[in-house]
Design a protein around this ligand. Sequence first.
Ligand SMILES: Nc1ncnc2c1ncn2[C@@H]1O[C@H](COP(=O)(O)OP(=O)(O)O)[C@@H](O)[C@H]1O
Ligand code: SF4
Ligand SMILES: [Mg+2]
Length: 416
Amino acid sequence: MTRNGPILRVEGLETRFFTEEGQVNAVHGVDMEIDDGEVFGVVGESGSGKSVTALSLLGLLESPGRVTGGEIWYRSAELADSVAEETPTAVDGDYVNLLGLPDRVRRTLRGTHFSMIFQDPMSSFNPSLTVGEQIAEAVEAQQRARSNPRSVASRTQGYGLGQYLMSFVSSSREYVSEESRDRAVELLEMVGIPDPVLRAEEYPHEYSGGMLQRAMVAQALAGEPNVLIADEPTTALDVTIQAQVLDLLDEIQAETGMTILIITHNLGVVARMCDRVGVMYAGEIVERGALADVFDSPVHPYTQGLLGSVPDLGGSSGRLQPIAGNVPSLLDHEMPDRCYFADRCPKAMEACLQKPPELPVDGAAGHTAKCYLAEEPFDESTALPDGYFEDGSTDAADSADASGAAEVASDGGESE
Ligand SMILES: Nc1ncnc2c1ncn2[C@@H]1O[C@H](COP(=O)(O)OP(=O)(O)O)[C@@H](O)[C@H]1O
Ligand code: SF4
Ligand SMILES: [Mg+2]
């Protein structure tokens, strides 16, 4: 932990989708602490709740999704100062509970305090404006947001994830100053775009996928955010370009000291980039800790399974073997009253069937796992017999297919 405490402290975050089939507990009780200036990775198979967690942090969930519980404490003395009068209950010292802020205020934090990059750069650029113009717009929009929160509120009203940055460019091209254009060129240069003066004049379709990904990073940096959330930032890229974009994020982190939250299904990305990691399964963080602790001495059998099936983390090895068994349904009325991993767990014991294990609450910065084996060593004689779940109680194991883990990969070049 840094001297000043973590920059982000997520406590008991719960996000649900209220669908016709019932309530989907996409995220239920996520706790994590992210230190200022660290790279924190959230890794897990497809559907484990990674993107929903990111959207919840940014306040970008769309109906029928809603954050239904928990607190998101963000450390910013500047923000705490500016909201203390209007929302005193959302402030605790230098920390602000983002969930206690009005939407209007939260919107002004996107692009300024927080920025996001995601898998598909096309979705963050308007095809009919030049890249330079759009980055210049992002620069100006963030200046406006910092000086007058209400101006951005009106521009972004009703917009979701892909559109919130695009919305900045919709109506104010004439306001882009020479200064902002110069800044856009600087940002393009910073992310390694060759001939940035010329490339700033080009349209998104004139960029390659890797170049556009760099431009999206430039756009995300326009507002000098404190925290960058990158959701599968390299999944759509081939392995070589992926490595270049990761290098770029590394350099930017070193240069700016920015905090980065990387969300990925790719264990190789985590191994390469992250200081600490949280492993997500079925809407929960099931293990977290320093990268070396989690990767060298995984405690949770899910983490062990993921890591065990990666032949060569640093290399360009092929896809993983899936972990046998089914991901549990996240529908509230179908969620099992036992460890959510029990049906797939080679070490499941009688105790695991009684109730889901808790994540020990000791120092959140330490290495912890949501598993009964975090407290006692595995004793083979207590394991349930092979085929236990095929023979009997499989009430909760009938939702997704068993191929999810195949999507947690050790290399790049494959998409979700
Ligand atoms: N619009 C939606 N409606 C209902 N359920 C959703 C919706 N979006 C996400 N979910 C639920 O949230 C779970 C987690 O999704 P997500 O966070 O996108 O997973 P990933 O880890 O692949 O990013 C999904 O498995 C699904 O059950
Ligand atoms: S609590 Fe039991 S079933 Fe769950 S992961 Fe640990 S050993 Fe396996
Ligand atoms: Mg996702």
